[in-house]
Design a protein around this ligand. Structure first.
Ligand code: PEP
Ligand code: MG
Length: 874
């Protein structure tokens, strides 16, 4: 039998990979006997086939679409292009994971000059029929032929002016008929061909357009932000249209079975009487809360509630449902597990366990690790908030506190964020084109739109604070200003938003950090029960270390000692050390630095208790510390008794063309062993002191960076061991310590068996390992990687998400070889990737002992590691 590319709803199962999330659920709901407008699904495999086939539908796929259409005609009792009772369909995307608003949709497909009359006759409502037709022409032209919608708006405005009316709703059936003629003329003029009058052609074109929209720029950007692979492709759902805009006994809406912002167990949603779905989502008219439906249509409300509850019980999760009432008959158009804020996700997961719907283990898998970030973000300082004046209020669409400068376009917002500004993107309403600007912003404010508008849905998904639907705002997007509460705010002015209350403030407000408590704490405890990898943190100050412990860090995986040298009072001492010509001079400078370093380590050990602490020896290129300012150079020259010219010459001699591959890491200790000596002494002396004062049994882990050869490691290790043993012997106190290395140079990974002879532990420095494996400079790659994403060469930033195939292979080699030499070798990761969930999954797979990441990512890493442990043990 030929390969199956198309499935009727009644044929499909819950195979989301093949049918997409929406399609699989529609099949499932059909099986449950729910009122679903029937249809069929063109599979994700067909999407891949379409791309493999040079963006053409194969004959097989076309034949199967056509025969499914015939079946749909039979099921519905309607016919495509019919003069009496025409079948109309919607054509929608449906990826495995929902990507709201990122891809294209065509509604009312099947309308032609002939079938529009059929629809008018059948419904007895010619105005409705022609309104649907003109909407379809507009949408088809936009999505399939790429003729912008706005060009049609001009025609609409001209017609309204001619008729002397202000609103679309004031146009009658004849006006709309005239509009259709004008639209078609415009279509022909622009494209040199008639608007297609054959519904089958319309359908095949629309299916391809949806496939193409998988590769539009906003879908690409969304996938990158959400780690969705581009080879998944999208399915296409072709579904019989039902109409919510057939008068006062019709309507359409969106609802959630629990509140997506707070998690409260209460049906939550909005609907509009006499409207089509796009009207609700686009936020053009402000919808009614779902509770009103009970008054508007009590019977429908009852049925709606029963089905909503049934769906939640069936999927054992909060549902996001779209429904339409066509002349008092209720239909569910789709359901999916609803997107939600982190607070809502936690509350729902905890309550579903309480209700006996899911197990703790399942609950742990229900929360997106990256989302936890939202809970760790700041809220407004209470005192600052008390004194602040509210200038307006919108809907609390996505929680959190944001303060920043106002920008009015997504582009400006993105540019300002790139300059390091905190941005509040302010728009009449957002659309999917704004996605990147929204991502770059701290907060989003819209004039129009409800809680289910595009801005609200997308902001919640991103965890960005959003206040939507503040109708009091008079916005002038052209002038880049808005007026609220009698005051005009211009581009660059500060405002603040509270996404949890909807309050807007006309000033910059102080924010405070978040705390872990309640549901969060309980949930994280469950996660920790399943986690097998440890989670450490990258911290170089006692304050960061303490914060990380509060977030659940079980040790320090990377303490970068160079960060301790940048402080005002230390940099001069470091500079003297670097420019020293003689060893004795350098030793003298280092002697001054030792007590300072030791003080830092004491603070860190005290914050960490007996948790393991890995301290890395000085790593960065020395020139980073060198003075460039003439006055600074003169001052140091004077202090060390040199001339300005001679010191400048020393500084010039230290210049490197490629500092990232230059004199840094263990290479510094090879040249200047006294640096490693001083640092080892400081590390050990501090541990002894804390052992004495607090009784903590500390086992310092001394880490040597940028090693590429066993001999290099041996050389530096000998210096460390000599210094450490000397300090320990003199103290008369027993202290164990470990010496290990980073694996961040490909050569070290390849020779890990030899390196492990000298190293008690490996920590993968995936920042450098990525840099050196790809040959991309860490400092410069950001500038051109954007081009890689735009052109589909790469899907994600290899510096953020580990390249598992290339860099990952080096890690696997090093793990295997390292363990062969030293079976009990401790293995961890401390590059930026250590806090990235997909990388953490990989670390679990290759058997690392721990991951280490910045303090704020510790909870994310804990959850990601728990999920990896659960899914990999299945
Ligand atoms: C690394 O290279 O991954 C690393 C952690 O070290 P640094 O970022 O300090 O070079
Ligand atoms: Mg490094």
């Amino acid at each position: 039998m030929a390969h199956k590319w198309v499935y009727m709803f009644k044929e499909g199962d819950m195979n989301k990979n093949l049918l997409g999330g929406k399609g699989a659920n529609l099949c499932d709901m059909t099986k449950l006997g729910l009122p679903i407008p029937q249809g069929f699904i063109v599979t994700t495999e067909a999407c891949t086939e379409y791309y493999n086939n040079d963006k053409n539908l194969s004959k097989d796929i076309i034949d199967q679409i056509k025969s499914s259409l015939t079946q749909l005609e039979e099921i519905s009792g309607k016919k495509f292009g019919d003069t009496q009772n025409p079948l109309l369909v919607s054509v929608r995307s449906g990826a495995r994971i929902s990507m709201p608003g990122m891809m294209d949709t065509v509604l009312n497909l099947g309308l032609t000059d002939v079938s529009v009359e059929g629809l008018a006759k059948k419904t007895g409502n010619p105005r409705f029929a022609y309104d649907s037709y003109r909407r379809f022409i507009q949408m088809f032209s936009d999505v399939v032929m790429e003729l912008p919608k706005s060009r049609f708006e001009v025609i609409i405005d001209e017609l309204k002016e001619k008729k002397g009316v202000k609103l679309d709703t004031e146009l009658d059936a004849d006006d709309l008929k005239e509009m259709v003629v004008k639209f078609k003329e415009f279509y022909k003029k622009e494209l040199g061909k008639d608007f297609p009058q054959d519904p089958e052609t319309q359908l095949l074109e629309a299916v391809q357009a949806v496939f193409r929209s998988w590769m539009n720029s906003r879908a690409i950007a969304y996938r990158r932000m959400n780690d969705i692979p581009s080879d998944w492709g999208t399915a296409v759902n072709v579904q019989m249209m039902v109409f919510g805009n057939m008068g006062e006994t019709s309507g359409t809406g969106v609802a959630f079975t629990r509140n997506p912002s707070t998690g409260e167990k209460l049906i939550y949603g909005e609907y509009l009487i006499n409207a089509q779905g796009e009207d609700v989502v686009a936020g053009v008219r402000t919808p009614q809360p779902i509770s009103h439906l009970e008054q508007d249509m009590p019977e429908v409300y009852k049925e709606f509630m029963a089905i909503a509850n049934k769906l939640e019980d069936h999927y054992r999760d909060m549902q996001d449902m779209e429904f339409t009432v066509e002349d008092t008959k209720l239909y569910f158009l789709q359901t999916r597990n609803g997107k939600r804020t982190a607070a809502s996700a936690l509350k729902i997961a905890v309550e579903l366990v309480k209700e006996g719907m899911i197990t703790e283990k399942e609950a742990v898998l229900r929360v997106e690790p990256k989302q936890l970030d939202q809970l760790l973000h700041p809220t407004f300082d209470v005192t600052a908030l008390k004194q602040a004046k509210t200038i307006g209020k919108g809907l609390p669409a996505s929680p959190g506190a944001a303060t920043g400068k106002v920008y009015f376009t997504a582009e400006d917002a993105k540019a300002a964020a790139a300059r390091g500004e905190a941005v509040i993107l302010t728009r009449l309403e957002t659309s999917p084109e704004d996605i990147e600007g929204m991502h770059a912003s701290k907060g989003i404010l819209t004039v129009r739109g409800g809680m289910t508008s595009h801005a609200a849905v997308v902001a919640r998904g991103m965890g960005t604070c959003c206040v939507s639907g503040c109708g009091e705002i008079k916005i002038n997007e052209h002038d880049k200003s808005f007026t609220l509460d009698g005051k005009t705010y211009k581009e660059g002015d500060y405002i603040s938003l509270d996404g949890s209350t909807g309050n807007i403030y006309g000033e910059q407000l102080k924010t405070v950090e978040a705390e872990i408590s309640g549901d969060f704490e309980k949930f994280m405890k469950w996660a920790d029960e399943y986690r097998t990898m440890k989670v450490r943190t990258n911290a170089d100050t006692p304050a960061d270390a303490a914060k990380a412990v509060e977030f659940g860090a079980e040790g320090i995986g990377l303490c970068r000692t160079e960060h301790m040298f940048f402080e005002e009072d230390r940099i001069k001492k470091v500079r003297k050390m670097i420019v020293a010509k003689e060893v004795e001079e350098r030793k003298a400078a280092l002697k001054e630095l030792l007590p300072l370093q030791k003080g830092d380590f004491i603070g860190i050990y005290e914050a960490m208790g007996e948790r393991p602490v890995t301290v890395r020896l000085l790593d960065p290129p020395l020139h980073e510390f060198l003075p460039t300012d003439k006055a600074d150079i003169e001052e140091i020259a004077k202090e060390i008794g040199e001339t300005y010219e001679s010191l400048q010459a020393t500084i010039d001699s230290l210049h490197e063309f490629n500092p990232m591959m230059g004199h840094r890491g263990c290479r510094l200790s090879v040249s200047y062993p006294e640096i490693a000596d001083m640092q080892a002494r400081a590390i050990i002396e501090a541990a002894i002191e804390v052992k004495k004062s607090k009784g903590y049994n500390i086992v310092p882990e001394i880490m040597i960076p940028l090693v590429g050869d066993k001999k290099e490691l041996e050389y530096v290790k000998d210096i460390i061991v000599a210094a450490a043993d000397d300090v320990i012997a003199k103290s008369g106190i027993e202290l164990k310590y470990l010496v290990g290395t980073m694996i961040e140079i490909p050569r070290a990974a390849l020779l890990a068996d030899q390196i492990a002879e000298e190293a008690a532990f490996f920590s993968f420095g995936t920042n450098d390992l990525t840099q050196m494996t790809f040959g991309f400079s860490r400092d410069d790659a950001g500038k051109f990687l954007e081009d890689y994403y735009a052109r589909g060469v790469y899907e994600s930033d290899p510096f953020a998400r580990l390249d598992q195939t290339g860099v990952g292979q080096l890690i696997e080699i090093a793990v295997e070889k390292g363990r062969k030499t030293r079976p009990d070798i401790k293995l961890g990761i401390c590059g930026e990737h250590g806090g990235d969930p997909s990388t953490i999954e990989f670390c679990q797979k290759v058997g690392l002992n721990y991951v280490s990441c910045s303090p704020f990512r510790v909870p994310i890493a804990r959850l990601a590691a728990a999920q990896a442990a659960i899914t990999q043990s299945k």
